[in-house]
Design a protein around this ligand. Structure first.
Ligand code: NI
Length: 276
């Protein structure tokens, strides 16, 4: 299914945006004006501008297209690529330590950040989000409150996603492209809503080492290595120090096996299933 909702009805430069070269489509009725919403998409700042009249998402990430699926646990690819995702941050101590590890190894990751964590760390979170973007990582939407979306009304869901979207966009100038439901709890009609109104595919995972149960760094590493496969999505949490402790060994061994780390958008762009 090729989503056509991004066919442009009208475009205008968003004067209130902090990054001058970001552009948006018309805000939706349920958007606060600068947030996500129907017929609205913000592209990465500083990159080639889209063609007026038709948004060219390819201009932001080569090969990126509107996702064909509303849900991804992995993609099918002949390339030895893998995506590692870090949830529930940013954390004032663990996240910068992790970013150092990633930078040292030139590993690109995706961070599904929580709005309340951004609000709870006003002195460090904005800088951390900007550092993520500056160092080539991707930021995804993991809601504001980390509540259970499957128990929420559509309007509550919209509010969670819009507010988190706006916070990320405000701090970085880059709009999130995907979301992960807290706990993976989401209903099929909610997935469709999020894809149609926000352009978000729902990102789940192929490997869950249950690091939040704190089994110890060596166990986290061994579970990730055992579950790793080309096109896979690894789920871990930069909220937990032992998880960050597990990263040097995990990353080094996967790199030694020939894996190339890509962000979630890049992984989806490499999906080789037939797109219609
Ligand atoms: Ni979470």
């Amino acid at each position: 299914m090729r989503v056509t909702l991004f066919s442009i009805l009208g475009l205008f430069a968003l004067s209130s945006c902090q990054v001058p070269s970001s552009i948006s489509l018309e805000p939706s009725p349920h958007s606060g004006g600068t947030g996500a919403g129907k017929f609205k998409k913000t592209i990465l700042a500083g990159l080639e501008a889209p063609t007026w009249g038709e948004l060219k998402l390819e201009s932001t990430i080569p090969g990126w297209d509107i996702p064909v699926d509303d849900t991804y646990t992995r993609v099918s690819t002949s390339q030895k690529v893998i995506a590692i995702t870090f949830d529930d941050g940013p954390h004032g101590v663990n996240t910068p330590r992790l970013l150092d590890m990633l930078k040292e190894r030139k590993v690109k990751a995706t961070f599904f950040v929580v709005g309340d964590m951004i609000k709870g760390n006003p002195s460090s979170a904005p800088g951390l989000l900007r550092r993520m973007v500056a160092e080539g990582h991707e930021i995804g939407n993991h809601t504001v409150t980390h509540g259970t979306l499957s128990r929420m009304s559509d309007d509550a869901l919209r509010s969670e996603l819009t507010r988190a979207h706006d916070m990320i966009l405000k701090e970085t100038g880059v709009a999130p492209r995907s979301m992960r439901p807290p706990g993976g709890a989401i209903k099929s009609d909610q997935k469709k809503l999020m894809l149609q109104e926000f352009g978000y595919p729902t990102i789940l995972w192929s490997v869950d080492p249950e690091d939040w149960k704190r089994p110890g760094p060596s166990v986290v590493t061994s579970r990730l290595l055992k579950g790793a496969s080309p096109g896979g999505i690894l789920l871990v949490h930069d909220l937990h120090a032992p998880t960050v402790d597990a990263m040097p060994s995990t990353l080094d061994q996967l790199l030694a096996q020939g894996y190339r780390f890509v962000t979630i958008s890049e992984l989806i762009a490499l999906d080789e299933r037939k797109k219609e």
